[in-house]
Design a protein around this ligand. Structure first.
Ligand code: C2E
Ligand code: MN
Length: 406
């Protein structure tokens, strides 16, 4: 199958532009052997390359290109399939935009095209060429420092050095993980994540419950979360609790139960954030909004969790605006290398900004993910990069520290 990949990248400072011709020559013969053709645009700082050919060969060459030390900030913009090559003449041709008149450059690129028909005006690849040549998207090219420009060293505190607490006699336990604002070096909230008493996953905990028990157990477990948080001295912090949307609908007097537990453990409702996954919320929307109103009237904030993971995210947002959304790891993973993820996250940020909804990124594991997200305007993060959940205890947090030589 004929596959097309388009990416954009940034030339490394120490690469002489003259070396490019040699590089392209080598690529040309290598690509030819793999039956991969294409075109490479260069504007003095950025590369823009289209590769086309058999799927496995294009992929292998693209992986090789990604590892090339002569460029960085490689972002995949498009991956598509088509009936014929757009640039079938050579293994790789270099097109230096600086040597051409800007008004004519697009036509000159098109002149190199080998499609039987003039490239369709609405062809996505062609539109990517146009935006690159005209530099209309340039504000979105975030030039990130290398991943090792920052140190992430866990910082123990009086809280993290406390002994672990155990929920005696309870059928569940909780791990705690912070949502952090790295530049302010502040914890925004502590999320309590349910565990089996021995530290097993939420799935292992819910697995043992019958369908009838799930909602009641989900609610009563929050009493355990609050008492553990209290034993760990989190009374002056914000605490995030996860609930199935239908827990508040199906369990009678659920909100009252929560409020009683909050007060009994020395918290006030304004410190509590309830996180809901979007899935069930949309299928029984009216009942869900009724419960949300009760929470909000009591002073509790509401977050939509796993935003972007399900099918209903945007539709839910049209009907109901929470205080905060958490962007799911599925969208966050390798965002620094992915044009589509970048576009979606920028759209979510724009949407939340217009609606004055706070947003945070969940599942941040790599420094590059964090750097891209920070450049895009996200300031709150949760993920192993900063702190992993710790059973019955407060983890040490790794605040990013710029290395002196960067
Ligand atoms: P969640 O609310 O999105 O919680 C964050 C999950 O992401 C946690 O998984 C956490 O361990 C994981 N995580 C955090 N940082 C990273 C990272 O950098 N990389 C990766 N790959 N994962 C990271 P966990 O603890 O297994 O929880 C899974 C889900 O179970 C939670 O997702 C939440 O939806 C649900 N859950 C947890 N506690 C409760 C609860 O008390 N009630 C209900 N109904 N659901 C709960
Ligand atoms: Mn959550």
């Amino acid at each position: 199958m004929l596959t097309t990949i388009i990416y954009r990248s940034h030339i490394c400072e120490d690469v002489p532009v003259k070396a490019l011709e040699k590089m392209v020559e080598a690529a040309n013969s290598h690509n030819r052997q793999s039956d991969v053709t294409g075109i490479l645009l260069f504007n003095g700082t950025h590369f823009f390359q289209l590769l086309e050919g058999p799927a496995e060969n294009v992929q292998a060459i693209y992986e090789h290109i990604c590892r090339d030390a002569r460029h960085h900030n490689v972002v995949e913009l498009m991956r598509d399939h088509g009936p014929s090559r757009r640039f079938g003449n050579v293994g790789m041709e270099l097109f230096d935009l600086r040597l051409h008149d800007r008004d004519e450059v697009m036509q000159q690129v098109l002149d190199k095209s080998t499609t039987r028909y003039q490239m369709a005006y609405n062809d996505r690849a062609l539109q990517f060429f146009r935006t690159f040549v005209e530099a209309t998207e340039k504000a979105n090219y975030f030039e990130l420092p290398p991943a090792d420009a920052w140190d992430f060293i866990p910082e123990e505190t009086a809280m993290s050095l406390q002994p672990e607490v155990v929920a005696k006699g309870a059928d569940c336990s909780f791990a705690f993980q912070p949502i952090v604002d790295p530049f302010m070096q502040q914890v925004v909230s502590w999320e309590a994540l349910v565990r089996t008493p021995s530290g097993g996953s939420p799935a292992a905990y819910f697995e043992k419950l019958t369908a009838d028990d799930i909602y009641a157990s989900d609610l009563t477990s929050k009493q355990v979360a609050l008492s553990m948080a209290s034993a760990l001295g989190l009374q002056s912090q914000t605490l995030s609790l996860n609930l199935l949307p239908m827990t508040l609908v199906n369990v009678p007097n659920a909100v009252d139960f929560l409020l009683t537990s909050i007060e009994a453990n020395g918290f006030v409702p304004e410190q509590i954030v309830v996180e809901f996954t979007e899935r069930e919320a949309i299928s029984r929307f009216d009942e869900f909004t009724h419960s949300v109103r009760q929470l909000k009237s009591a002073g509790i904030s509401v977050t939509i969790d796993h935003f972007g993971a399900g099918f209903a995210g945007l539709q839910l947002l049209a009907q109901f605006q929470p205080d905060r959304i958490k962007i799911n790891r599925d969208l966050i993973a390798n965002v620094h290398n992915s044009g589509p993820r970048q576009a979606i996250i920028q759209a979510i940020i724009k949407c939340c900004t217009s609606l004055e909804i706070q947003f945070c990124a969940v599942g941040v594991e790599k420094p590059e993910e964090w750097m891209w997200l920070e450049s895009a305007g996200i300031s709150q993060f949760q993920g192993h990069l900063f702190a992993s959940p710790r059973l019955g205890a407060i983890p040490a947090i790794s605040w990013p520290e710029k290395k002196p030589d960067f």
